[in-house]
Design a protein around this ligand. Structure first.
Ligand code: AHR
Length: 651
């Protein structure tokens, strides 16, 4: 009998959900601690994973300018990337990348097609010329702005037409006729697509002789920033960025800003401004060419459009220290000379239209100066080889622009001798500057290290310029799952608690094109038509929408919970992250908070769950309410969740 009872008890216990321990959070909104940064959350945009070319940039054609190359292995065939020749197989021609009498000196390569037998077809397949689906994505009834530069070097006779076609060269739009003369000339037309398809852009040459082609471009008419010289951005991706409510935009990298292997690869902001056909393309440190259709002007415009502080990163005279370096850094003398480029950048952004570089900005369509309060000199740099160059460059900036906050790099890792040495140097030489920390660590590291910034001296402020919680690789990529997002959320409660010290924090990398990525995890995934938001994205979005201006003193009793309480004049934000595997009843005791209902936003799901293009909303924030009466509110936190409560405060 006794045995049977024990068995029954065990069975009953097994049937119960895992034990749930009640938790209690208490805060008094009148008891504030530190003032919070008003630029805490923002974006780090780098052209990695085709975030710019093949991503945010509205250009649908790949290698439009025939400049593609691999820095370490510049074989001529790379100039053909993105293009297909003689699709209908009816013509005969020699198609050769040529450099004699180019469009301009910054755009040295064009395609010379010498046709023996017509018709000869030249087609751009967009970003589908490798083994994955896609192409030039067109929608029935939508318009597409086309342009191309062409020249008839002398002996071409016959017609030339251009159309959007399917991948067998059957027309999907009206055709546009071109008659090039002996000099380079730009031709433009707006096509209307007759179908929704993964298409291509096809130039049909009906005659014989030679034709020169360069800078072919096709962009959806509906795009963001069409008036910018670069041509504009993909609207859906811009809106995805806007929804993160970013307070700053860090650009253009990352390693991209530093360049790899040889000096010719460093990112030179001057190559990225002016008319788009005059921008000197460069190989991307992530393995592809940068068209610079999104150049520094466009970055500043984007920051302005998003209401974000622009935060440019310039190199410090060193190639990416994390990669093999084949050329010496700039000497200290050369570094001083290079410093003028940085001063020119500041003039480009903020100088009036009568100055040389401010004048270029005005010509490009922005006579008013841009904001510029921050400037990072260096990305992931360390050691005295960097700090000596940083000293020269930051002194030059401060001497002319004392109002700009310079940002100094502390290296690419979270712990150990390297950052210790960096911090030692920085504290003794650059204590007033903002310090750029980068770390990509496993998810649990973030939970173990929520006390990191509690221990930092308050003398020098931090810019957490790159971070992400990394999960083990599955199927060739590190997943963006709920667990990693919650570990980041837990860490972000600590960032907020320390936001007198941590002025700025941004997740990295920001975007990745499905099938064309070099780095995982990433905050936003996309393909030619769709955008996929990750749990990590939603955490960033939820936190950025509820930044207070002061941290509020608070206590939380409970297991596997992380929290922060902040406030503005009229709102109290309570953020609670639960890493518990069972639900947790929570009592909130909030002194003086008026009776009523708090809005709640919650993200929860299975621990390792991810969103996918086929199931984009598996993990998505859900809004709800929570009543408070007599300063007490009760709720139940789901297992693996983050909940943000917004309580109205009496004014
Ligand atoms: O965010 C991806 C890369 O990580 C950045 O380019 C670099 O700064 C870091 O190593």
């Amino acid at each position: 009998m006794r045995k049977a009872f024990s068995l029954l008890l065990i069975l009953c216990l097994l049937a119960l959900p895992a034990a749930s321990f009640a938790a209690a959070l208490a805060a008094d909104p009148a008891a504030t601690t530190v003032e919070m940064s008003d630029v805490l959350y923002g974006l780090f945009f780098e052209d990695i994973n085709h975030a710019a070319d093949g991503g945010l940039y509205a250009e649908l054609l790949q290698n439009r300018s025939f400049e593609n190359q691999d820095l370490l292995d510049p074989k001529p065939h790379q100039r053909y990337n993105g293009w297909q020749f003689n699709l209908k197989n009816k013509g005969k021609a020699a198609a050769v990348p040529a450099t004699e009498a180019p469009l301009n000196e910054n755009n040295p390569t064009y395609m010379r097609i010498t046709i023996e037998k017509a018709p000869y077809l030249l087609s751009n397949m967009g970003y589908a010329s490798t083994a994955f689906s896609g192409g030039v994505p067109v929608e029935e009834g939508m318009q597409y702005d086309f342009s191309v530069w062409m020249r008839n070097p002398g002996d071409y006779t016959g017609g030339i037409t251009v159309a959007i076609t399917d991948r067998s060269a059957n027309p999907l739009s009206e055709s546009f006729t071109i008659a090039p003369a002996g000099e380079w000339q730009k031709f433009e037309h707006t096509f209307t697509s007759q179908a929704t398809a993964d298409a291509c852009l096809t130039v049909t040459m009906e005659g014989t002789g030679s034709i020169d082609i360069d800078m072919a471009s096709l962009m959806p008419r509906e795009r963001f920033g069409a008036e910018w010289p670069g041509g504009g951005l993909r609207t859906d991706l811009v809106e995805t960025l806007r929804a993160l409510n970013p307070r700053f935009l860090r650009f253009p990298g990352g390693c991209v800003a530093e360049g790899s292997y040889v000096r010719a690869n460093v990112y030179n902001w001057k190559d990225t401004v002016g008319p788009v056909e005059q921008r000197r393309e460069n190989f991307n440190t992530w393995g592809y060419m940068q068209s610079y259709g999104i150049g520094f002007f466009e970055y500043f415009c984007l920051a302005e459009a998003l209401g974000a502080e622009p935060l440019p990163v310039v190199h410090a005279g060193l190639l990416c220290q994390a990669r093999e370096v084949r050329e010496a850094p700039l000497t200290l003398e050369e570094t001083r000379a290079y410093g003028q480029d940085i001063l020119d950048l500041i003039e480009f952004a903020t100088g009036d239209a009568t100055t040389e570089w401010g004048g270029l900005r005005a010509q490009m369509g922005h006579p008013e100066p841009f904001r510029l309060n921050y400037l990072a000199i260096g990305n992931e740099n360390w050691d005295n080889i960097y700090f000596d160059r940083y000293a020269i460059l930051s002194e030059m900036v401060k001497a002319s622009y004392p109002e700009i906050t310079c940002i100094v790099a502390a290296g690419p890792v979270a712990e150990g001798a390297l950052p210790q040495h960096s911090w030692q140097q920085i504290r003794s030489r650059f204590a007033e500057d903002l310090v750029d920390e980068h770390y990509y660590m496993d998810s649990d590291w973030f939970l173990r290290n929520t006390g990191r910034y509690d221990r930092y001296p308050r003398t020098t402020q931090v810019f957490l310029g790159e971070y992400a919680a990394h999960e083990p690789v599955i199927g060739g990529r590190r997943p963006n799952n709920l667990y990693s997002a919650l570990c980041e959320a837990a860490y972000m409660t600590a960032i907020e608690r320390n936001s007198d010290l941590v002025q700025i924090a941004c997740y990295a990398p920001l975007m990745a094109r499905e099938g064309m990525f070099q780095w995982t995890p990433d905050l936003i995934w996309f393909n030619a038509r769709e955008v996929l938001l990750t749990p990590n994205y939603y955490v960033q979005q939820m936190f950025a929408a509820t930044v207070g201006d002061h941290v509020v003193e608070s206590t939380l009793e409970g297991e596997n919970l992380y929290h922060v309480v902040t406030r503005t004049e009229d709102k109290l934000y309570v953020k609670v992250v639960s890493l518990s595997e069972s639900e947790t009843p929570l009592t909130l005791t909030l002194a003086g908070v008026p009776d009523g209902t708090a809005e709640t936003v919650q993200l929860t799901g299975e621990k390792r769950m991810q969103n996918a293009l086929t199931a984009p909303d598996r993990i998505a924030p859900v809004t709800g309410g929570c009543t408070i009466s007599g300063g007490v509110a009760e709720c139940v936190l789901p297992a693996y969740s983050v909940t943000i409560f917004t309580f109205p405060l009496a004014q």
